[in-house]
Design a protein around this ligand. Structure first.
Ligand code: BTX
Length: 326
């Protein structure tokens, strides 16, 4: 923990009881002038700190950011998020994370931004990432697996995010295979999983996560209006983004470990409990073709099983899915 993180954590733990500058200075082994400088810095970042005469300092309000020190306050992981690279604005956390991974960034490194100016989805589609309203982050994972086991990480991430959202809000999202989380039929989360690998070994999996958190309907004017929603719009309450980030990382660590140790079976069971794809008629658009049929199951390697109208069973490994009304 940095000195800044320690000061925030100490003031937060005091739950409204004033802590004197001298106590902070003694505990952190720095001068009182340094304590004062840190407190001024925190105020400039949006922390509301009140000085009570002859008693000390109280932390009144935390700023609404996803800066490293805010996430660390809640973090319960061993590896994920122990290294956080924070940008107030960047083009795409995914691109930064991919470069960091190539440069040797550690397993669990997180790149996160308040705003992305060129957020991207699959196949170079764009991802709307407005400032201070969502979670736009990329997590570098370095599992010891061969490349054929990497694609399932999209499903592992989907399950982890669904659990975290359920824990922090009163909403239960549905997972639309493979990479969308929906609430009331509208998209609240997108996942972009990218791979760096040799023929026989995964070097890194970059899990890009976009969650619409505190947007209002005004944020989704235009083409996104009929398809996108946010947690605040669905639950009626603003959500602490840093808390949600820490929960996502917690579950992502837990379910990734589970997948590596026990295989896909237990993840598949949890996935099925959130799914809104199976038992529906769907249209799947792959790179090569568009097919329609009934989604009847998921294979043990995460492929979607489709029964076509001629009775043929087809396994789909990657596609855009439209849920069709029957
Ligand atoms: P996708 O290709 O499945 O979805 C992209 C489509 O989703 C767009 O074409 C648009 O229709 C719709 N869309 C765009 N923005 C939003 C939004 N904010 N909410 C709901 N729908 C939207 C999904 O790809 C993967 C998205 C990953 C985003 C993360 S954010 C952190 C990381 N950095 C980065 O550049 N991408 C990832």
């Amino acid at each position: 923990m940095s000195i800044k993180e320690k000061i925030i954590s100490r003031l937060k733990e005091a739950s409204g009881e004033p802590i004197s500058g001298q106590i902070l200075a003694d505990e952190l082994e720095i001068s009182r002038t340094m304590v004062w400088k840190y407190l001024k810095g925190l105020e400039e970042e949006g922390y509301e700190i009140v000085a009570i005469k002859k008693k000390g300092y109280i932390l009144n309000r935390l700023p609404d950011t996803v800066a490293a020190e805010r996430i660390s306050l809640h973090l319960q992981t061993e590896h994920l998020g122990r290294e956080i690279i924070y940008h107030p604005v960047c083009e795409s956390t995914q691109t930064i994370a991919a470069n960091k991974a190539r440069d040797g960034a550690l397993h669990g490194t997180v790149v996160i931004a308040e705003e992305q100016t060129a957020g991207r989805g699959r196949m170079d589609r764009s991802w709307e990432s407005s400032s201070g309203e969502g979670i736009w982050m990329s997590v570098i994972l370095r599992p010891k697996i061969t490349p054929q086991f990497a694609a399932q990480f999209t499903l592992v991430a989907a399950v982890s995010i669904a659990r975290a959202i359920e824990e922090v809000t009163n909403c239960v999202p549905n997972i639309k295979w493979p990479n969308d989380l929906l609430i009331n039929g509208k998209k609240v989360t997108g996942i972009l999983t990218e791979l760096q690998a040799d023929m026989d070994r995964v070097q890194a999996i970059i899990v890009g996560i976009g969650i619409n958190v505190n947007q209002t309907a005004d944020s989704f004017k235009g083409v996104l209006e009929p398809i996108a929603t946010s947690l605040k719009m669905e639950s009626g309450t603003a959500v602490d983004r840093s808390l949600l980030v820490s929960k996502v990382l917690f579950h992502l660590e837990r379910y990734s470990d589970m997948y590596i140790k026990l295989g896909f079976e237990p993840i598949k069971l949890i996935w099925e409990s959130y799914n809104c794809t199976l038992n529906n008629r769907i249209r799947a658009t792959t790179l090569r073709e568009t097919v329609e049929g009934q989604a009847i199951g998921m294979t043990n390697d995460g492929a979607l099983q489709l029964r076509l109208d001629n009775g043929e069973i087809k396994n789909i490994y990657s596609a855009d899915i439209d849920l069709l009304k029957t």
